[in-house]
Design a protein around this ligand. Structure first.
Ligand SMILES: Cc1cc2nc3c(=O)[nH]c(=O)nc-3n(C[C@H](O)[C@H](O)[C@H](O)COP(=O)(O)OP(=O)(O)OC[C@H]3O[C@@H](n4cnc5c(N)ncnc54)[C@H](O)[C@@H]3O)c2cc1C
Length: 364
């Protein structure tokens, strides 16, 4: 069996990895480069139980466990480590000391108060997102998977239109027994080819600093200028860098992922926000100024499952803020589904048909 996976982000490469573990041939088609989009520019923060109480909980818990197993078994380093995670209040407007419940790491500024420990090494962890995504692709390739650099332009169908038989890549048919749409926010393009609900792109900016403080991940509530609230996240990494995100963008999704760029002034604003929380970090050298889009669905849950009415067509996208966390369990579940078996995690909450159930008149 040959499975064509459209998109080389964390979801596409994780599917390729778990298919290859079953000796199913996986071909990843990627337009710009593995991990070139959000999967290379995200925080890489992982949490065991932060999705508890939502339909995502079983997927997230399974995926958190898989991250640990993958780090322990694959002979590759993507900076996986368990971390403490702190909730921080900071303000450029007022004294925050009354919120201080715990001692702050010494690299935080005087106006940053730690109000609580929101994760421990038992419940929170980090990965370097690009290294992890590449490692999934490399480990899949070790078991026979391949990567095609190309642009997916459409789907090939059987003469009766009832079955997907491949994809159009750079204008030519590439045949396969099954096709998976895993193009993150660009999965919206597949709505032109298949009966699928819309997927939206939500833009965020991030910076990578040359700075290695103590390893806690920080979730900050920052009262910024003119009383605006911002929620930056700070992830120090074991490679001597620190990643900061938390400033949204307005630009619509460009069709070519290579055209995703930071908006004018956004990275400088994010640097100033960082400096107001941790002055030494904000003054250190910037290694990357970047932007990316999270894939988001109308109801906030991912789309993971078979495309309704088209045999051999599948989708796995819409992971929003938890794509790095949920990549492995999504890959495992998709491999189980495509192989025709039971899925360990119940995929019903993520079945694309739920959108039609919400709006029976909808033609996606
Ligand atoms: C600022 C920010 C911080 C985040 N932090 C975290 C975090 O800490 N933890 C967490 O779990 N998640 C986090 N996320 C979310 C996470 O990054 C995403 O959910 C995840 O990367 C989505 O992966 P994906 O594979 O679905 O999509 P993508 O990474 O977008 O990959 C899609 C791929 O498809 C390719 N493609 C597009 N069009 C075509 C085409 N026509 N043909 C072929 N290929 C195509 C693209 O080039 C791209 O490589 C963050 C997101 C952002 C934006």
């Amino acid at each position: 069996m040959k499975v064509l996976i459209c998109g080389g982000g964390v979801i596409g490469t994780s599917i390729a990895y778990f298919l290859s573990q079953r000796n199913i041939e996986a071909v990843v088609v990627e337009r710009t480069g593995v991990a070139n989009a959000a999967s290379g520019k995200s925080g890489g923060f992982l949490a065991l139980d932060w999705c508890d109480g939502s339909p995502l909980a079983p997927l997230a818990r399974r995926s958190f466990a898989l991250h640990g197993e993958l780090a322990a078994t694959l002979d590759r380093d993507w900076g996986y480590r368990r971390v403490d995670t702190l909730g921080v209040v900071a303000s450029v407007q007022q004294d925050t000391s009354r919120y201080r419940n715990l001692q702050s790491p010494d690299w935080l500024g005087a106006e940053s108060a730690v109000h609580g420990q929101i994760g421990t090494p038992d419940t929170t962890a980090q990965i370097h997102p690009a290294l992890f995504t590449q490692a999934m692709m490399d480990a899949a390739a070790d078991k026979g998977a391949s990567l095609v650099n190309g642009r997916v332009d459409g789907i090939c169908f059987s003469p009766d239109g009832a079955r997907a038989t491949g994809a159009i890549v750079n204008g030519a048919a590439l045949h396969a027994d099954a096709v998976v749409i895993a193009m993150g926010p660009w999965s919206i393009l597949a709505c032109q080819w298949l009966p699928l609900p819309a997927i939206y792109g939500s833009k965020g900016h991030s910076l990578v600093f040359q700075y290695e403080p103590t390893p806690e991940s920080l979730f900050v509530e920052l009262e910024w200028q003119a009383g605006q609230m911002r929620s930056p996240e700070i992830n120090p990494r074991p490679d001597g860098t620190t990643y900061v995100c938390g400033l949204p963008g307005d630009d619509p999704l460009p069709v070519d992922p290579a055209n995703v760029l930071p908006e004018p002034g956004a990275c400088e604003t994010l640097r100033q926000m960082t400096a107001s929380i941790a002055p030494e970090l904000g003054a250190s050298a910037i290694l990357a100024e970047q932007a990316c889009y999270r894939p988001v669905t109308q109801d906030g849950l991912p789309l993971i499952g078979a495309v309704p009415g088209i045999a051999g067509a599948y989708i796995a996208t819409g992971h929003n803020v938890w794509g790095m966390l949920n990549g492995p369990a999504t890959g495992e579940a998709m491999a189980e589904l495509i192989a025709g078996g039971e899925t360990r995690v119940n995929l019903r909450p993520f079945d694309p048909v739920r959108m039609a159930a919400q709006d029976p008149g909808a033609i996606f």
